[in-house]
Design a protein around this ligand. Sequence first.
Ligand code: NAD
Length: 459
Amino acid sequence: MTRQRISIIGAGYVGLCIAVGFASKGYKVIAIDHDSKKVILINKGIPPFHEAGLKDLLQENLKEGYLECTLDCKEAILKTDITFIAVGTPSKRDGSINLQYVKNAAREIGKALKEKENYHLIVVKSTVIPGTTENVVKPIIEKQSGKRCGEEWGICVNPEFLREGSAVNDTLHPDRIIIGEYDKKSGDMLEMLYRNLHGEQTPPLLRTNLSTAELIKYANNAFLAMKISFINHIADICERIPGVDVTVVAKGIGLDKRIGRLFLNAGLGYGGSCLPKDIKALIAFCKSLGHKPILLKAINKVNETQPYKAIKLCKEALGSLKGRHVAILGLAFKPNTDDIREAVSIKIIKALLKEGARVTAYDPAATPNIRKRLGNSIQYTSSPINCIKNADCCIIVTEWDEFKKLNPKDFIKNMKHPIVIDGRRIFDPTEFSRKLDYWAVGLGKIEEKYYESRKFCTD
Ligand SMILES: NC(=O)c1ccc[n+]([C@@H]2O[C@H](COP(=O)([O-])OP(=O)(O)OC[C@H]3O[C@@H](n4cnc5c(N)ncnc54)[C@H](O)[C@@H]3O)[C@@H](O)[C@H]2O)c1
């Protein structure tokens, strides 16, 4: 069996992880990026971002000759059979999708296809709103190449569902594969690629048309965001009822098979490069269709206000924040990544500074990225203990495992006032609230009876 050669435009979180995934299974892969610094780093075996398992796999595949990274898009396309588009699709000011990078990639593909002799498959992996592949990407490639889609080249939409923090593993072991196809030939070619890649472990594979596949990605993210905003909304109710804890409520409803436990963790809201921008893009898309996105708007609204719950709890605990020292544990938008795109920590820190607080911060991976964004406005520390030293209050913003190991004594011994605001519900309230001033999202006023009942609430 001859293996198809693969090129991937965009060597970011998605592009580089799938590049390494294909290469690790023996495919020849050329990753393309227009950022020369990234290309140099990748070719040296240094991933430009933190992702578990990525560095080893990258170095191994560069050494074996399965993977290379280049600035030269045209040559990479001419040397390969399938090209994935994995460039960013950020938001415009009004929240609608910015297709600038996708359009540029399509232009470069078109120019290369003009010179290509063999059939070539284009796969849109970037998250794009329904209709983009058919009405934007395809016409640009046809115009630039002078070749009609369905004849000398084909196109598919193949949304990506990897999670940062476990991206390499998710690429190698996906839950499902969605293929939106322009025609049968394109769909067959992509299905074959994945069946050969995953063999007997091929997950459920759904083939559909281009726009349906595009919408599946948005509907998927909207549903996940809805679960988070829903439980955060329930958390608000819990806080107003003595003895009620949202973590127990979530456990109770999560046992319903129709609901499930995942993504029902109350906290300070979702961030990251996908959920916030995708919900906003879907809202803007609905409006362009003349449809009122009532539910989507509510999901977004709950999430936009959620980070400020940390400030509210902080003020309830301390009164005025002027001149107070607040320690922030966690800067990345979620654990096991250094990604700070739309990170809740940024909103919280900016609000604290505005209130006149002094901020120290610690994160196991994201500090260099936050430093680039916030400069010297806060103080960066090298460990959780250094971060909380002499602080008036500590806010848990990201649920890194490292923070779960802290115990009440660590806070009592090191802080000026042992006040902990658990923004991610990582500590046991029965233990913490007995020993220090413990505040948490979704936790009603604690009573002795509550401690008793907690004993029966096992995982
Ligand atoms: N990050 C995630 O967890 C995730 C998960 C699923 C889907 N997605 C989607 O995948 C897409 C990519 O996301 P990402 O997080 O990898 O973005 P990213 O910003 O990390 O990477 C995009 C890369 O593309 C490069 N690029 C842009 N235009 C280019 C061009 N014309 N030629 C060469 N390189 C170019 C950029 O330099 C950058 O390195 C987005 O649509 C995103 O919504 C992301």
